[in-house]
Ligand binder design. Structure first.
Ligand code: FPP
Length: 258
């Protein structure tokens, strides 16, 4: 299956995003404001993940991608990294069966080689257990970095075929990216007040609508997701075209530069 590429094709407009990608930020600050340890914010963040997964299923969103741990997050205090690893293990232990019952397919992207054997095994068994589901594809990005993903794809593309006379194309590279199985996100959400992409899905976010909210991740829920979707619906997605081209079907509509 080949999904549209936002720099090469113009996709159909949709009222409900097919793919929502989220940077779940603000856990530490949420906890600090309540005089709790930072890790209490991560624990509470799991509740927001549950609410968001449920809301995506109810709204018919096909793909939800969550940035759980970036390749830069190893720079955090050792205790916090070790708490997060323990949290991932316990979430996988307790949630995989529930995800399966809800028809969710779990996928994990990122370089898993630095994780403990137990976590790697739980990820593999969770992916296997839910592999036949298609109601929602929940992708968790763990030890993931967008630049690293592009570089591994470049290396795999070169290994897969010698350079064509006119050079490689986007279509040569795209199948080697770790999210090649999903359409590009229609909506990107970042909670916690920062307005950055932070090395998330760099390739795939080329034409994604971005929504930033000051709300910390532990307070995110179905209502907040609806606010983000409402903002997405109100936008005019031009993919390089002019406003006039969107309303006049006779106008040539070729992707150019936004
Ligand atoms: C960013 O907040 C959050 C993280 C680095 C971890 C997110 C992890 C979870 C919500 C746990 C569950 C996730 C899954 C999918 C199992 P921050 O600590 O940077 O907050 P701050 O900016 O306020 O310090």
């Amino acid at each position: 299956m080949r999904f549209f590429s936002s720099t090469r094709d113009i996709p159909e407009s949709v009222a409900v995003p097919r793919h929502v990608a989220i940077i779940m930020d603000g856990n530490g600050r949420w906890a600090k404001k309540r005089f709790l340890p930072r890790v209490a914010g991560h624990k509470r963040g799991v509740e927001a993940v549950r609410a968001t997964v449920k809301a995506c299923i109810e709204r018919g969103i096909g793909y939800l991608t969550l940035f759980a741990f970036s390749s830069e997050n190893w720079r955090r205090p050792v205790d916090e990294v070790s708490y997060l690893m323990g949290l991932f293990v316990s979430v996988l232990e307790s949630e995989v069966e529930k995800l399966h019952d809800a028809g969710v397919r779990l996928r994990v992207i990122g370089d898993l080689s630095r994780f403990d054997a137990r976590l790697i095994e739980l990820i593999a068994s969770g992916e296997r257990r839910t592999a036949g589901n298609d109601r929602l594809v929940l992708t968790v990005a763990a030890n993931y970095g967008g630049r690293g993903d592009i570089m591994q794809a470049v290396n795999r593309m070169i290994a897969a075929s010698p350079a064509p006379a006119n050079g490689y194309t986007e279509d040569d590279l795209a199948p080697h990216l770790s999210m090649a199985y999903a359409p590009e996100p229609d909506l990107f959400i970042r909670t916690g007040g920062e307005q950055r992409i932070s090395n998330f899905l760099l390739w795939q976010l080329a034409y994604t609508e971005c929504y930033f909210t000051d709300l910390p991740w532990p307070e995110f829920d179905a209502g907040r997701l609806d606010e983000a979707i409402g903002s997405f619906r109100a936008r005019e997605r031009r993919f390089g075209r002019t406003s006039e081209q969107l309303t006049d079907p006779a106008s040539p509509s070729r992707p150019g530069h936004a």
